[in-house]
Design a protein around this ligand. Structure first.
Ligand code: ATP
Ligand code: MG
Length: 492
């Protein structure tokens, strides 16, 4: 593997140099080194040193304690968000893990070897230092070789390492899908053996790794691996109910496979997190609602979106997702079936749907729907009905051209003219509409009120004529807008 010193940003080099000038050792380590080797942009920069937290703080007066692991954050001048704070952690030695979660005590060490040995995976346990213009690479566990072969392997005995800290199981899966690596055989065997230790890990920490799996380029592989290794029961056991669950003729796949294809498509499209979660959970209610219909000789899943929305809510609450995420995902699951009956779509049904999921999420719903369609394994290319639906959403979302667009209403006119309700008010509104359609700048309260008084002086025939022209113009403008929307979606 090749790596050049120039790939290390100068704010980082400045920090390591300062530590070394003060007489300490200083290495880049962990995720940033791994990412540099494979040409990914590091998310953050971690430095490890034989200085103690107090000694580090003495060298960087502006720095602050980041956590109980002795990590010190050094602020830099950099505008780059990944470089604003550089973390320095003293060499660590870890002792007993009695609760399978956290070391009982964090102890500092004087040697880099100890620090590398306590790290989770070989690819995360490489340290580098620039010395005399050359790179010094400390790779005690052959991490470079595993990077080359795209392998995730624990540092040391995987059974021991997963027993020490079961979160590493989730990290192994997460890293493999983020990087497109595979989990080495012994490491995989140990994951299977120790899967149940995940029961000791907090839901929040499981959620964070799980979220990264969903946001990775390969959620399908991650979830599939979680099932094969017995991890799924500790994350979303409900997903497993779909395994081998046959569907009706519209589907090539069982519920499980369809679900994986659907969430994978959401990743291929780089959709945001909520859409990906909804893609994963959209059919979660199917297994519990499946019935066999003798009439059609097929399975039915009536109400699976209602049951599914409830289940999605439970699942996401259990994993302690934020309320907002839960709300969005649950809504998307609840309404994902909304156009199962394409022949019967009406504009008012579409309007109701926009109200149900909310204007801000209607296109998310369309995206979930699209993933669902691709996930059946028999998708049609953007079929007519889908385009028609999108066109109707655009129609439902637009503000129609009506006298309601005017900055004054019938009540204002009656007040201005000290008049009572009657046909004259409507005539004036339409007449005003005629002028505003010609020149939208006229749509202000002042102008309209002034003009109202003038129009009120006109004789009835003149007023009627202008009102009729106004109504005509309005209808034409409406039609032109609808035509434009339909043209955009290539539908009638
Ligand atoms: P990312 O790119 O997501 O930041 P990362 O590998 O840097 O990935 P971090 O959580 O930032 O992950 O951890 C930094 C480093 O600390 C890791 O590379 C690894 O060496 C070590 N590490 C993190 N968590 C553990 C753990 N549970 N057990 C052992 N070592 C760990
Ligand atoms: Mg990191």
């Amino acid at each position: 593997m090749t790596l050049s010193i120039t790939s290390i940003p100068s704010p980082v080099s400045q920090v390591t140099k300062k530590l070394k000038d003060a007489g300490f050792e200083s290495y880049l380590v962990g995720g940033c080194v791994r990412d540099l080797f494979i040409g990914r942009t590091p998310k953050d920069w971690d430095i490890t040193t034989n200085a103690t937290p107090e000694q580090i703080i003495a060298i960087f007066p502006d720095s602050f304690y980041e956590n109980t692991f002795g990590t010190v954050g050094v602020k830099t001048e950099s505008e780059d968000p990944t470089l604003k704070v550089i973390e320095i952690t003293p060499y660590r030695l870890e002792s007993e893990y009695t609760d399978k979660r956290r070391p009982d005590a964090v102890e500092w060490s004087k040697t880099l070897d100890h620090d590398l040995k306590r790290r989770d995976f070989t690819v995360n346990a490489i340290a580098i230092d620039e010395r005399d213009g050359k790179l010094d690479i400390i790779d005690l566990f052959h991490g470079q070789e595993d990077l080359e072969n795209k392998v995730i392997r624990t540092v040391g005995d995987p059974h021991l390492r997963f027993s020490e800290d079961a979160l590493r199981i989730m990290r192994a899966i997460r890293l493999s899908v983020e990087l497109g690596f595979h989990v080495e055989h012994e490491t995989e065997v140990a994951i299977k053996t120790h899967a149940k230790l995940l029961g000791h890990i907090s839901k929040e920490r499981i959620r964070d790794e799980f979220s990264k799996i969903i946001l990775s380029p390969h959620p399908e592989d991650g979830i599939s691996f979680m099932r094969n290794t017995g991890i799924l029961p500790f994350v979303i056991p409900e997903l497993e109910e779909g395994f081998g669950m046959e569907q009706n003729q519209a589907h090539s796949y069982d519920v499980w496979t369809h679900t994986l294809k659907t969430v994978q498509h959401s990743a291929d499209k780089q959709f945001p997190f909520e859409i990906r979660l909804a893609a994963l959970l959209h059919d979660i209610g199917k297994p519990r609602t499946r019935r066999f219909s003798r009439e059609t000789n097929q399975y039915t899943f009536y109400g699976h979106e209602v049951v599914g929305a409830k289940m999605a809510n439970e699942i996401l609450e259990r994993l302690k997702f934020p309320r907002k995420t839960i709300e969005i995902v649950t809504k998307l699951v609840r309404w994902h079936m909304f156009f199962s009956d394409p022949e019967a779509i009406t504009l008012s049904a579409v309007r109701r749907m926009v109200v149900n999921v909310g204007k801000e999420h209607i296109w998310d719903l369309m995206n979930v729907r699209n993933c669902d369609r691709i996930g059946t394994g028999r998708p049609k290319e953007n079929p007519y009905r889908l385009r028609k639906y999108k066109s109707m959403i655009d129609e439902a979302l637009r503000d129609p051209i009506t006298v309601g667009m005017l900055k004054i209403d019938g009540k204002d006119i009656m007040e201005a003219l000290k008049d009572r309700p009657g046909p004259k008010i409507g005539l004036i509104l339409n007449a005003l509409m005629e002028e505003v359609l010609d020149n939208p700048a006229k749509n202000t309260r002042e102008w309209l009120l002034e003009r109202t008084h003038e129009l009120a002086q006109e004789d009835e025939a003149t007023l009627k004529k202008q009102a009729a022209i106004g109504k005509d113009k309005k209808d034409q403008a409406e039609e032109a807008e609808l035509k434009k929307i339909r043209g955009k979606h290539k539908v009638q």
